[in-house]
Design a protein around this ligand. Sequence first.
Ligand code: MN
Length: 227
Amino acid sequence: MALVIAAPVIPTIAVVGGGEFPVRRIYCVGRNYAAHAREMGHDPNREEPFFFTKPADAVFPSGGTMPYPSRTSDLHHEIELVVALKAGGSDVSAAKALDLVYGYCVGVDLTRRDLQNVAKKMQRPWDLSKGFDRSAPVSPISPAAKVGHPAKGAIWLKINGADRQTGDLADMIWNVPDTIAYLSQFVALAPGDLIFTGTPEGVGPVNRGDRLHGHVDGLADLTFTVA
Ligand code: MN
């Protein structure tokens, strides 16, 4: 088959210990920690999870400096545990879900909160408030074969050295196996998929010049600067 233009480059994420993980799709869970659901004005009782997506090439490597995104004056941070899949399937059971997982990394779900608030009010889609260029900074991936499957432990974000978000993975409303199982009822998951699993409370603005430092116990840290 002759491609009529050059094939797009497959986005990748560095793996701790060597190699690169190719990214196929990025799924994100909305409101997966009760305190964050409350701070956004929602009832955290266990309603079914909902998802949105970012383009695969929204990933941005740890250690980098990105420009402040266009068309927003209220860029927000959301620190999240990110799951990287090595296998896929539909209607995966929660009991088998972790068999799909290659590893884990730390991500920030960058959000144009001003545009998202307008989209919510106007009942419009979130694509451009959530899925813009460089909206998915991620740390190197730690293989589950080395670090296991983190189900509890600290998750935090500092900006310029000051605490901005702190939580515990144990406070997720939908844990990783439940999230994979539920999502796989809607789409066929596949190797290369990432799942951002939602953020604890404390979301807030990112300003020009800020240095962000994200952490999940047991995983490689994420750092990046917004110029
Ligand atoms: Mn999020």
